[in-house]
Design a binder for this molecule. Structure first.
Ligand code: RP5
Length: 166
C-alpha cells in the first residue's frame, strides 16, 4: 500500500520513541513509511526524502528530533504538506531545547508541534489521522470511536474510584 504519512527522525536513537507514532497510525489503518534523515548531518538526504514524499502522494509528514531540533522546520521549508513536529527528550536538557527549536517557527513556515516525548509521538499519529479525516469519512468514524473509547475508560475509572472511596 502507498504510504500516506512519512515519519522522519533525526537518528536511529529516536526510533523507539517514534515507533509510538507508527503504532497510532496503524490503529487507524493509515499506511506510513519511516525513515532517518538528519537536518545537520545529512541535509541533502532530508531534501531527497521530502521531494520523494511529494512524488509518492504522501499527505502528512511527521518529523521527530532531539536537541537543536531543526528537522521539522527544515522539512517544512521544502514542502507545503502539513508538517507535524515531535520534540524528543534525548538531550541533557530533556527536550526543552527540542521543544523550543521545533515550536518557535518564525512567521511564514509553520510546524504543528506536539508535546515533548512519548505523548507527542502518539499524538502526532492521531493528529495526522485528524487532518486526513477531513476528506475520509471512514477515518472520521474511526476517530470518533476512539474518542468514545477514551471517555468510556475515564468513566470506568471514575466509577471504580467512587466505589472504593479513593
Ligand atoms: C538529534 O540528535 C536526533 O534527533 C537525536 O534525538 C539526537 C541524538 O542523536 P544521536 O547522537 O543519538 O544520533 O539529531
Amino acid at each position: 500500500m502507498k504510504p500516506k504519512v512519512l515519519i522522519v527522525m533525526g537518528s536511529d536513537s529516536d526510533l523507539p520513541l517514534m515507533e509510538e507514532t507508527g503504532k497510532a497510525l496503524s490503529e487507524f489503518g493509515i499506511p506510513y513509511r519511516m525513515t532517518i534523515a538528519s537536518a545537520h548531518r545529512s541535509p541533502d538526504l532530508v531534501e531527497e526524502v521530502v521531494r520523494q514524499a511529494g512524488k509518492d502522494g504522501v499527505e502528512v509528514i511527521i518529523a521527530g528530533a532531539g536537541a537543536a531540533a531543526h528537522l521539522a522546520g527544515v522539512i517544512a521549508s521544502r514542502t507545503i504538506l502539513p508538517v507535524i513536529g515531535v520534540p524528543i527528550d534525548s538531550s541533557p536538557l530533556k527536550g526543552l531545547d527540542s521543544l523550543f527549536s521545533t515550536v518557535q517557527m518564525p512567521p511564514g513556515v509553520p510546524v504543528a508541534t506536539m508535546a515533548v516525548g512519548k505523548a507527542g509521538a502518539r499524538n502526532a499519529g492521531i493528529f495526522a489521522a485528524q487532518i486526513m479525516a477531513r476528506s475520509d469519512r471512514k477515518l472520521a468514524k474511526l476517530l470518533a470511536g476512539y474518542r468514545k473509547k477514551l471517555e468510556a475508560g475515564v468513566r470506568k475509572k471514575a466509577e471504580k474510584a467512587l466505589k472504593s472511596g479513593k
